[in-house]
Design a binder for this molecule. Sequence first.
Ligand SMILES: NC(=O)c1ccc[n+]([C@@H]2O[C@H](COP(=O)([O-])OP(=O)(O)OC[C@H]3O[C@@H](n4cnc5c(N)ncnc54)[C@H](OP(=O)(O)O)[C@@H]3O)[C@@H](O)[C@H]2O)c1
Length: 262
Amino acid sequence: MADLAGKTAVVTGASRGIGEASARALDELGAQVVLSGRTVSDLERVASDLSNSPVVIPADLSETGSGTKLAELILEQVEGVDILVNNAGIPMRRMPEKLTEEEIDLVFAINVRSLLTLSIALASSMKARGGGSIINVSSVAGIRGPGARVAYAGTKGAVDAMTRALASDWGPDGIRVNSIAPGLIATAIWEESRNTVPGLIEDMEGQIALKRWGFGDDIADVVAFFASDSSRYVTGETLVVDGGLARVSASAQPQVLPELIE
Ligand SMILES: NC(=O)c1ccc[n+]([C@@H]2O[C@H](COP(=O)([O-])OP(=O)(O)OC[C@H]3O[C@@H](n4cnc5c(N)ncnc54)[C@H](OP(=O)(O)O)[C@@H]3O)[C@@H](O)[C@H]2O)c1
């Protein structure tokens, strides 16, 4: 994998899970990493293991104006930004009839609005440095129409759509914009259910072609690919990283009547 020495990367939601793994992977490749999230103690725990002068900047991305404000704080502390990993996000598991307007606003504020405003506010720095790479973390939920997750799925579909649109807007400036759509990744989002719902782990594994849940590292390695020059001719793409969940049959058995198989 290419060397990211001399590059500066911003990772939102870097305090745990996929963001933590991504921050560690980018640091390992030599990038200076700016870690953001709400929980300072967790951000500092991750930063304390990093080697390339990490910077911790807390932010609550549910607040109006927070994406723009975070970008200002970042640019006060580092010379410029080359890589942005828009990873911070919250789930919203509710039947449509039970969703409140406040819940819809909250999940869109964090997963969509702040992702866009932070990207816009950091793009000028990337342009000034001759280009950059924006990596948005979406979800297979935005692709496959999951039950009881309409608001969350809507945010992630929006992220993939904005990924393509921004790739068009900023391609001439050398900024590549791609998204990663993870499947089932064993992070805090799933921790309680994994610990309390009998059979959940095995049931979900059964739906995945590779027969295992993913881990933060499985996504972080793809973040590193999009951050690096190895993906220099890729923009506007969504890469599904789900072990074969959304678009692959989880069963090696034929999906048609046996007598139709030659
Ligand atoms: N795990 C999965 O199965 C899965 C699947 C598909 C997509 N994803 C996506 O992957 C991304 C990371 O999820 P994860 O699984 O790593 O979840 P996680 O462990 O819960 O991490 C979420 C991160 O987002 C931050 N965050 C949450 N609310 C925030 C807010 N209001 N302002 C700023 N930061 C906030 C959290 O930090 P603080 O709490 O410290 O603020 C944390 O660092 C999300 O966008 C999620 O939708 C996850």
